[in-house]
Each structure stands twice: as structure tokens, then as C-alpha cells.
Design a protein around this ligand. Sequence first.
Ligand code: NAI
Ligand code: A1CAB
Length: 272
Amino acid sequence: MENLSQLKIGFIGAGNMAFAISQGILKSGDIPPSSVIVSAPSKNNFARFQAMGVAVTHSNEEVVDFSCLVFLAVKPHLLPTVINGISEHITPQHIIVSMAAGITLATLEELLPGGSRVMRLMPNLPCMLQEGALLLACGTGASQEVGALLKTLLCSCGLVEVGPETWIDAHTGLSGSGVAFVYVFAEALADGAVKMGMPNTLAQRIAAQTILGAGRLLRDGGKHPAQLRAEVCTPGGTTIHGLHALEKGGLRAATMGAVEAATLRASQLGRK
Ligand SMILES: NC(=O)C1=CN([C@@H]2O[C@H](COP(=O)(O)OP(=O)(O)OC[C@H]3O[C@@H](n4cnc5c(N)ncnc54)[C@H](O)[C@@H]3O)[C@@H](O)[C@H]2O)C=CC1
Ligand SMILES: O=C(O)[C@@H]1CCC=N1
């Protein structure tokens, strides 16, 4: 099995997610930048990879030839064309990891050479700060050992869970897309303070810190969110009045609906 420190890693697609994961991996210090390569048709996105010391190329085949572990980091609709272009270069030694929303392991296995070691990954943007939430699912050709290797590598990007593929679309709604839902909440939180007279930049900074602090306490404090919420609510106080306004606005239903809609869209993207 591949040794982490000697692993050669390639990204096909040089966009936001390839950048976030490569940053997370390189920050761990386990992988030198010289072991990483990234490809894209245009050089528009190359500068931030080059700044990390990562090699760049316009050739997807070159990425496959260089790497043992290949992340497919293009938009879902481009996957068939991209895989078609690299298929002849894929060997049984390669580990292919798709992060494309919706695209199933069955589709990937159909597109790739028979017996390929393939996995699905659903990451999110905070991988770049090593605070991502990632879910991995193994294809039929990927052994538990391969799953364990990937998990070890990706731990530098944040929380990594390995689970059945049936969870991936829900994880996409919860966390891949969920990051954007939190940003909308952050904007709205700050806008509320702006409405009440606070300068915008200060309100944005305080909203960000409020979400970070609440998130860390929730993740690390070992308490259920309902318990933490109760600890903030003084009877007859400010918080319960604010919460009443949130409930009247349907925040919970809207949030559940957002996760549901994103999950359903992911499974729709996966339908052929
Ligand atoms: N952005 C996010 O927060 C998340 C994205 N994803 C998934 O990650 C994948 C990539 O998404 P983003 O990074 O956001 O997209 P992006 O648009 O930022 O990056 C896509 C990259 O692919 C490149 N590309 C286009 N055609 C190509 C080709 N034929 N060969 C090689 N590269 C090509 C583009 O030049 C660009 O660099 C998608 O499948 C998406 O579903 C998953 C989780 C979160
Ligand atoms: O919006 C999308 O389709 C991608 C997948 C999860 C986050 N961004």
C-alpha cells in the first residue's frame, strides 16, 4: 500500500475545491508541494497553486501519469468527457476520487476502466483552513485499506467520515452546500445589526466571530444545540424575544428545506 509521504497527488480541475483540499493537505506538512500537480484548460486559476509550489499543467493525462491518487475536481457535467480523455492512462495502481456532486460510484465505475479503484468524496470549502467536514464512500474496487489511506490523508482537511454512498447526497446538502447557507445567515445577522445602527464592516466581523464561537462551542463542548440555546435564553430576556421572531420567520423549516432541496438536486444531478 502507498506510503503517505511518498504519495503523488493530482487534481484535475484547478478551481475552488481543488485549491481548498490541496491547501489543507499541504498545511499538514506530510506531503511536499513537489508531490502535487493540478490541471485545467486555462491558466486563469494557476497562480494560487503555483504560489504553494504545486506544479500546473494543461494536460489531464500528465496529471494521471504523475500521480497515484487523482482527484476529479471538475463540475459534474464535465466528468464523462474528462474521464474519457484520461481512461487510457489509468492503471490498477491509481486511486481515483471524484468530488463531483451527485455523480454516483456506479456511473464512475462505468466510465472508468474495469476494476478501477474509485471513491466518492464530498468535501466543503473550509478544507482550506483544515476545518472542513468530509464524507468518503468506497467503490467496489477500493479496499478498506485504500479508504483508510484516504481518510488519513484528508484528516488534514478537517473532520473525515467514511460511510455508505447513500449518505453522500445528504452530506452535500448538509455540509458541501451547507457552508453557503451559513454565509447567508451570517449576512442576515450582520444586516440586522446594520439596521439597528452598527457600521457594516464591524457588524460583519462580529457576525463571523459569533458564528465561529458558536460553532466551536457546539463542536467541542459536548452539548446538544438545544441545551446551549437554553443557556443563552434568560426568561423574559432578549434572546427568547429574538428566537420568537426567528420561529415566526420559519427559520427551522427553511433550513431543513434548504438541506432537502440541495440533497434532492444532488441525486438529480446523478441521474443519467
Ligand atoms: N465549491 C464547493 O464548495 C464544492 C464543490 N464540490 C464539487 O467540486 C467540483 C469542483 O467544483 P469547484 O471547485 O467549485 O468548481 P470550479 O469551477 O471552481 O473549478 C472547476 C475547475 O475545473 C476546470 N476545468 C474545466 N474543464 C476542465 C477539463 N476539461 N479538464 C480539467 N479541468 C477542467 C476549470 O478550469 C476550473 O479550474 C464540482 O464537481 C463540485 O460539485 C464539492 C463540494 C463543495
Ligand atoms: O453547489 C454545488 O453544486 C457544489 C456541491 C456542493 C457545494 N457546491
